[in-house]
Design a protein around this ligand. Structure first.
Ligand code: SIN
Length: 384
């Protein structure tokens, strides 16, 4: 018999069927046996989630829209409440370090956060690891500072979200779940501080935010350490550079970080002038104008380290330019020492190894807590 179907009701019924199927799959996904790699009776590892704010704690003026929001609004407990699946993976404790948008996280707070994480991992052998929720804008800087200064083998994982907690398809809950799964994974021990975003596990040394949409974090040329798959984290690589317990950066006697400026070199620039010289300067550079070179040379002569870094994070090598390029540069900038002009005005030149200018700044700040000797500063850049 021919049955006439209501053209509106059919897609609606399909949608309802799809939703029922989706709910069933979601329920299955939330079941402890699927999420946790251990039997239900096994004690779940303990994790401390330290919340600092950011979009992962963001609430919109009109929830459920694409509209504006205020970062750093929900508390750690409220964020956790949106991820009931966590209970199957770990016993989660929370701590509210701050509740701000990440541009408000200052170097003083880096020091306080590193001390807190180091201290709690030292005094609490029962903790498997620490997860830090953080705004994505400055996540890579905090992560790298912690990478250099937290002297524990245990996993420390930073995580954020690009959509607010009340937004459509918020990414915070799945990112947080992936971060906690990584922090409790035995394979994560000794890998240094990591960032988990969009199921990618990225070393804090390499991580960068390329754009402010979901999927916007990666490790540049250096890629990622692994992924968080259905059955848990899968690692493929380990960082090779110094970190964790081997780090020389002891914050015990450090009350504030040296004042290191970060500036851009650009066509037509004459370089930055200072009323009071900073402790160091990092120049994000693809090449210097003659005037910039003269400015930074003058700064170096007063004893201020000036370090050049490519915006892309590529290596800026300490090699002298070839003789022919020396001659050409000399013609272009008459009266100038050509070794200064081409790449970096520091003598002997500091070579930075695949670090973005922001991260060069952080390593230079920490290096300057230990030394002002250029050879020793170079050793830090060669090691970390
Ligand atoms: C922030 O960095 O706090 C705001 C942006 C974000 O978390 O994505």
């Amino acid at each position: 018999m021919f049955v006439r179907r209501n053209p509106v009701a059919l897609p609606l019924r399909r949608l309802i069927r799809f939703r029922a199927w989706f709910a069933f799959v979601a329920l299955l996904g939330a079941a402890p046996g699927v999420l946790a790699a251990q039997p239900e009776s096994a004690p779940r590892p303990k994790v401390l989630v330290i919340a600092t704010g950011g979009t992962i704690a963001g609430v919109q003026d009109v929830p459920g829209t694409l509209g504006a929001y205020r970062a750093g609004t929900l508390t750690a407990e409220q964020i956790l409440a949106s991820v009931p699946q966590l209970a199957a993976v770990a016993q989660v404790e929370t701590e509210q370090f701050s509740n701000v948008a990440s541009p408000l996280i200052s170097p003083d707070q880096w020091i306080a956060l590193a001390r807190r994480i180091d201290g709690v991992l030292r005094s609490r052998p029962d903790l498997a690891g620490v997860v830090v929720t953080h705004g994505t804008d400055r996540l890579e800087e905090t992560a790298f500072f912690l990478y250099l200064t937290v002297r524990s083998e245990k996993p420390v994982v930073l995580v954020g979200a690009q959509r607010p907690a009340t937004g459509i398809s918020a990414d915070g809950p799945i990112n947080l779940l992936a971060a906690v799964r990584t922090a409790v994974a035995p394979q994560a021990v000794g890998k240094g501080v990591m960032v988990v975003m969009d199921d990618r596990i990225i070393s804090a040394r390499e991580v960068r935010k390329h754009y402010q949409r979901v999927g916007g974090f990666d490790g540049g040329d250096m890629g990622m350490l692994g992924v968080v798959a259905r059955n848990g984290p899968e690692f493929f690589y380990a960082p090779a550079r110094r970190r964790g317990p081997a780090s020389e950066f002891d914050l015990a006697g450090v009350t504030a970080l040296p004042d290191v400026d970060l500036v851009f070199a650009y066509p037509g620039s004459t370089g930055r002038t200072y009323q009071r010289a900073p402790a160091g300067v990092v120049v994000s550079v693809t090449g210097f104008t003659c005037a910039e070179s003269a400015t930074y040379q003058a700064l170096v002569r007063t004893g201020v380290p000036v370090v050049a870094a490519f915006p892309s994070g590529e290596n800026v090598s300490g090699n002298d330019p070839s003789d022919s390029s020396r001659a050409r540069i000399h013609d272009e900038c008459p009266g100038m020492d050509s070794t200064f002009v081409f790449r970096t005005p520091w003598l002997p030149m500091i070579s930075v190894h695949h670090l973005t200018p922001q991260k060069v700044r952080i390593l230079l700040m920490l290096a300057l807590t230990r030394t002002r000797d250029p050879r020793e500063i170079q050793r830090f850049f060669d090691t970390y």
